[in-house]
Structure formats: C-alpha cells, structure tokens
Design a protein around this ligand. Structure first.
Ligand SMILES: [Zn+2]
Length: 283
C-alpha cells in the first residue's frame, strides 16, 4: 500500500473507520455554513494541510498530485477565509505550552517530491509563505518508493536549498517503510538515522516527524519521543487542538477533489466531527 492511497483511507469520511453518523454531520454543518456564507473560518483549533506533490500535466491522474493552479487556489481560499498560515513549529510550540491554536494553519508536504521544489515553493513564496517538507533521506534524488511510476523525489541539494530559503525540514523515516511493520531496532534506526542525516544535510534541528503512510503503533509513538522528536504527524482526523497527543497529530489530507465547497468542509469541520485516529487502537 503506497502513501497516497493510505492517506485517503484514513481521512475524510474515513474508510478505515465506520461511516460517521448523523452526529458528526450535524456538528460539521454550522461551521461549514458559516465559512461559506460569512467567508470566515472560526472553528476552534488549527489545521495542518498534508500535501504531497504539485505538478502540471493533464495526463497525471493521481489525486494527490495537484495542478499548480489548484494549489494556488487552495492557498488563496485558506487566506481569504482568515486562517493565519504559520510555520508548523509555531503550531507545535503552542500545543506544547497548552496555548490555543485557533485560526492557525500550516502547510506540509510528505515525501519531498520534485514538484514541491520546482513549483510549490514559488507559489508559496508569492504569498509570503513557507512550508514543512517531510523527507526520507534514503529516498532523495530517485524514484520515490511510495510513488511507483517514476515520480522523483527532490535531490539532497534541492532540499538543502529549500531549507536555506526558510522551509522547515522534518523526517519521514530513512526508507519510507511504515514503522508498525518493523521490529523495535529497525523502527528506532528509521527514526534516529533519518534525523541525523537530515540535520547534517540542512544544518538545522530536525525535530518534527511524519509517519510513513500515516501509520503508527504504541512502539513507534514511544520511540518517536526517545529519538528526540517534539511532535509527529499522521493523517487521521483533521484538526489539532490543545491536549492532543503530540506523538500522533492530525492533518487534513489535501487532494484534487477539494474544490471550494469540499475545502470549506474539511477546513471548518470541528475536531469532534472527525473520525478518531484508528491507529490509536493498534495493539
Ligand atoms: Zn510518505
């Protein structure tokens, strides 16, 4: 199972969880309507936008690779709805301190794919924004293992260049293997080696982690702390609020199906209206 498919399975009206009932839909309706009618998102908590790639090319049909125009449109809607786009570290700092994160949004990209360097970075810069790139140092400059079909990851030099320009670099494991499938020593190596290699490469602390395929279990949640990470992200759920478990924070899985209406829904939906993270139930 590759990254982008797993992302779909554990987000939205989760396929990995029972279909949410009328209670969740009722909870979501008023804030979504407010966003669409009043043009403001006033839902409590923050949203961490989980992107993968930005690429031109009508032949590309993968829903997690957005055309540049759609990526720009989504960012413009986020800003128009009054969300403040901040570095991911700012959201984490406030959560660590138990402070509110209302009205904040952060942009992230998993897998360090070349389109982020070539296209997304410029679109963000035009708006005065940066993002966090979760990279696997063992999968840079080559076809990414999570993306069959010659989708290339950016090179080490390109990742370092983004970091120098103000992007945050986080770890996505060395090899992009999901941690729950590995034994304890292998999980630990994925966490600690990737951190050391990325810190060498970008010359800055690497203390944020994104679980490959969004998958985690009790061992990986413990080891991510032992390895020195301040926070780790999955893909389940959609909002983060103070009191959330910093070892497995939610993100909104970003995809081509998010036009204005769906995006308003996903960004205004309260934390309680999202399905719970199914990986917390892992034995
Ligand atoms: Zn990934």
């Amino acid at each position: 199972m590759v990254t982008h498919r797993r992302c779909e399975r554990t987000s939205g009206y989760g396929l990995a969880m029972p279909v949410p009932g009328w209670r969740r839909k009722l909870l979501a309706a008023p804030p979504v309507a407010r966003a669409l009618i009043a043009g403001r998102i006033a839902t409590g908590g923050a949203v961490v936008l989980g992107y993968h790639d930005v690429t031109p090319g009508a032949e590309d049909t993968d829903e997690y690779r957005l055309a540049p125009e759609q990526f720009a449109r989504q960012l413009d809607l986020v800003l128009a709805w009054g969300l403040e786009v901040v570095p991911l570290g700012t959201v984490v700092e406030r959560l660590e301190a138990g402070r509110p994160v209302d009205g904040l949004a952060a942009v992230t990209f998993d897998d360090a794919l070349a389109g982020v360097y070539e296209l997304a970075a410029g679109i963000l810069a035009e708006r005065g924004l940066t993002a966090t790139v979760f990279a696997s140092p063992g999968a840079l400059g080559c076809e990414h293992p999570g993306w069959p079909g010659a989708v290339r990851a950016m090179s080490e030099g390109q990742l370092a260049e983004l970091a120098a320009s103000g992007f945050t670099v986080g770890s996505h494991g060395v090899t992009h293997r999901p941690l729950p499938g590995l034994d304890r020593a292998e999980q630990s190596a994925e966490l600690t080696d990737s951190r050391a290699r990325l810190e060498d490469l970008v010359g800055a602390p690497v203390d944020l982690f994104a679980y490959p395929e969004g998958r985690h279990d009790p061992a990986s949640r413990a080891l991510v702390v032992d390895a020195g990470y301040r926070a780790a992200f999955g893909f389940a759920g959609g909002r983060v609020v103070p009191g959330d478990d910093l070892r497995a924070l939610s993100r909104v899985c970003m995809h081509r199906g998010q036009g204005r209406l769906r995006l308003a829904h996903d960004l205004a939906r309260p934390a309680a209206a999202w399905p719970a993270d199914p990986y917390f139930a892992a034995a």
